[in-house]
Design a protein around this ligand. Structure first.
Ligand code: PMP
Length: 372
């Protein structure tokens, strides 16, 4: 007989919590984890295979501990993308932006310190906070799930959080927080502000990287290759900030955290970025088509500048989620009453999603039904 968690001497703050749990199910239409649905190009795959062949004979040695070449390539990409000159010394890379965020909390939060988030937002921010014994504070979003700036100012003044998270475009709602508002939050915050730009490439808006020069001791911009970059399986996230923040995370990172294979694969993916990022425009066009389709069916859809859509309102979103799954469409119930989140997929997957949505209008609240 195996033990249950309650039988283990688990840390008290972890008791009763559940693990990050986007279901990984074998379903025809997987629209639940915000990946880019287009597979890497044949050219990219070829080059990756030959790179692996080249480095395989050296796998007896540890990799470059500080991933200098990769950080240089990421800096070039961010410079090209944002128009802001960024150097390798300002970039830090790890296994997905989740690890980047964890390292930042290890260095700047922890016991006796707090982090503030504008909820609903990325579900791992509170999980990573719990794992680092950081108190996580919530400031609820306002109209249309946008950050309520008055409430935000008030929450920062009242709680004096050591860390403020701003996710833009926000997951799960898809909306963007303007740079002016981010700057206001940075000015108000007594500690550091982490702008989580995991979905930056899907938005037309400017990156918070533009604000770094003005607030070098407070601002960090976290990004990832998991979404637009088509590289979720490669696990590569990074942040851009003053080089002092890179020195800080070096105090907590595990030695050789980023494998030689990860570094080499990410370099190949970066070299092929032009072709990969062409898919972003296709996904944005599909997103607009799906949003229009859902609105025609009477659903309420939050304006999205990302590769996912937050929609409702359902009288019971958990039942609606199951009904989508019964139609071979796996989407996401993030626990927000009345709403579900769907990732934009390939055109055929989006058709399957819209066809299911058309059959499920009975799950809408009565007010919603009246709109169709
Ligand atoms: N931030 C946000 C807002 C996300 O949605 C995600 C992925 N779901 C991440 C960070 C982490 O992604 P990864 O670790 O794959 O970089």
């Amino acid at each position: 007989m195996s033990l249950s968690l309650e039988n283990l001497p688990l840390r008290p703050e972890l008791r009763g919590r559940s693990a990050y749990g986007a279901p990984q199910l074998k379903v025809a239409n997987q629209l639940n984890t915000n990946e880019n649905p287009y597979p890497p190009s044949a050219e990219l795959v070829e080059e990756l295979v030959s790179e692996v062949r080249r480095i395989a004979p050296q796998l007896n040695r540890y990799p470059d501990r500080d991933a200098v070449e990769l950080r240089g390539a990421l800096a070039d990409y961010v410079t090209e993308r944002t128009g802001v000159e960024v150097t390798a010394a300002q970039v830090w890379a790890a296994n997905g932006s989740n690890e980047v965020l964890q390292q930042l909390l290890q260095a700047f939060a922890g016991p006796g310190r707090s982090a503030l988030g504008f909820t609903p937002s990325y579900s791992m921010h509170p999980v990573l906070s719990a794992g680092t014994q950081t108190e996580f504070l919530e400031c609820p979003r306002g109209v249309d799930f946008r950050i309520d700036m008055a409430a935000a100012r008030h929450a920062i003044a009242e709680h004096q959080p050591d860390v403020v998270f701003v996710t833009t475009p926000n997951n799960p709602t898809g909306d963007v927080t303007e740079l002016g508002d981010i700057e206001e939050l940075v000015k108000a915050a007594p500690g550091i502000v982490i702008v989580d730009e995991a979905y930056a490439e899907f938005s037309d808006g400017p990156s918070a990287v533009r604000l770094l020069a003005g607030y070098p001791d407070k601002l960090i911009v976290s990004r990832t290759m998991s979404k637009a970059f088509d590289f979720a399986g490669g696990r590569l996230g990074y942040f851009v900030a003053d080089p002092a923040f890179v020195e800080a995370v070096m105090l907590v990172r595990l030695p050789y955290h980023l494998s030689a294979l990860s570094q080499a694969a990410a370099l190949v993916a970066l070299r092929h970025r032009a072709a990969t990022l062409e898919t972003v425009a296709k996904l944005a066009a599909e997103r607009d088509r799906v949003v229009a389709g859902l609105r025609e069916l009477g659903y309420r859809v939050v304006d999205s500048q990302s590769n996912f859509i937050f929609f409702g309102e359902f009288s019971d979103q958990a039942a609606a989620w199951q009904a989508f799954l019964d139609r071979e469409v796996l989407i996401r119930d993030v626990g927000q009453a009345g709403f579900l989140r769907a990732t934009v997929g390939l055109p055929g997957e989006n058709d399957a999603f819209l066809a299911a949505a058309a059959q499920l209008t009975d799950y809408q609240t009565d007010a919603e039904k009246g709109r169709a």
